[in-house]
Ligand binder design. Sequence first.
Ligand SMILES: NC(=O)CC[C@H](N)C(=O)O
Length: 437
Amino acid sequence: MFTRNLYSIARYTRGLATHATSIGRVPAVLHLKSGESFVGRSFGAETSTYGETVFSTSITSYTESMTDPSYRGQILVFTTPLIGNYGVPLNKTPIDGQDVGVYLESEGIQCSAIVVADVAERFSHHRAVESIASWCKRYNVPGITGVDTRAITRLLRDQGTTLGRLAVGEDAHAALPKDDEYWDPAQENLVEQISTKQPYVLNPTGDIKIAVIDFGAKANILRSLVRRDAAVTVLPWNFDFNTVRDQYDGLFLTNGPGDPRHCMEAALHLRRTLQEWSKPVFGICMGHQVIGMAAGLDAYRMTFGNRGHNQPVLALASSGSIKAGRVYVTSQNHQYALKLQDPFPAGWEPFFINCNDSSVEGIKSTADSGKKVWGVQFHPESAGGPLDTIEMFTDFLTECRAHKMEFGLNPQEVMGETNVEPALAFTAAARRVAVAA
Ligand SMILES: NC(=O)CC[C@H](N)C(=O)O
């Protein structure tokens, strides 16, 4: 008992002791392209940046959101007023059949900047090793605190996602940026920047071989596959899977940042896969949008993106653990969606619909199409957010295993050929380094 108390005191004081930051001294201003400015104080890196200003209604998991590659290029406003109170954990895990090398969602902070009402100067958590301010500083990401995030959110909620500038230090006193100075991440292929450059393998001894197309994968997607004993080969976003598809039992398409229409090349590769290959395919968020584009649906930019961990979606069809007519609470982070069209392309049907804005939340191949393909706009892997739909990973791998049982081994395995898959080993060097770009 005594030891435990000492331990908690030590944890608490570590939070106090390691927190000598400069919060309060350096001015910062958040400018929106629509003309509004919000004056506050800087924390983290003392550098200015541009980005797309978005808000998230999640009340926890700021560490997971900030390391989610889908937030790349975005100035992230947290509607929860107090951010940073549980600090930041050590972002490392072993690489084995249970884990993928990082504890958070990627190796570093992905968003351009963060905006909070009240950054916690003290933190306390048994896993915490540093404050959010020192973490932001290490990754050269600026933050602003002391601004009215309710007012910012109401603006964004009325006018939609808006380009912004976080001006820090001297820049905070500079003239307002001109309209054409605002950097628009939607114009760039952010996936190209973040996707792995080299293929790599996780959990090579897994019983089922899954290829993952990496548009900017959250680590929990990869964890959710390897923890269900899949051997996972991660491939660059524009890799033509058709050249290696005979070696795999299933295909997975990940989340990723930016406009999915920059990934048309991937959609065209996938269109051929879907025409010629009958094994299961599953996509999340960007992956779902790419599946939709391959199926002939259009993707569009929403005025109001969905970001938060409390998005209700209604299942329109039953499949595996998902039951038609049920509402699932989901984690989301997207600005684009697939257009609902009537009729849907032949062989496809809507799977989920968003209960708030009626946007398409999922599509699937129809029962009579002879295919097993699912795409969901939300994040079943959570991290952060609810686990309502986590069993979709089990459903996908169950289908892959069933297909393997029914149709037997892959051609190479039957012929006793050496495995010619392009990915040889998982190495630290092969993983993307989040801060490089
Ligand atoms: N989380 C994601 O994969 C987001 C997909 C896409 N970048 C969008 O904003 O809609």
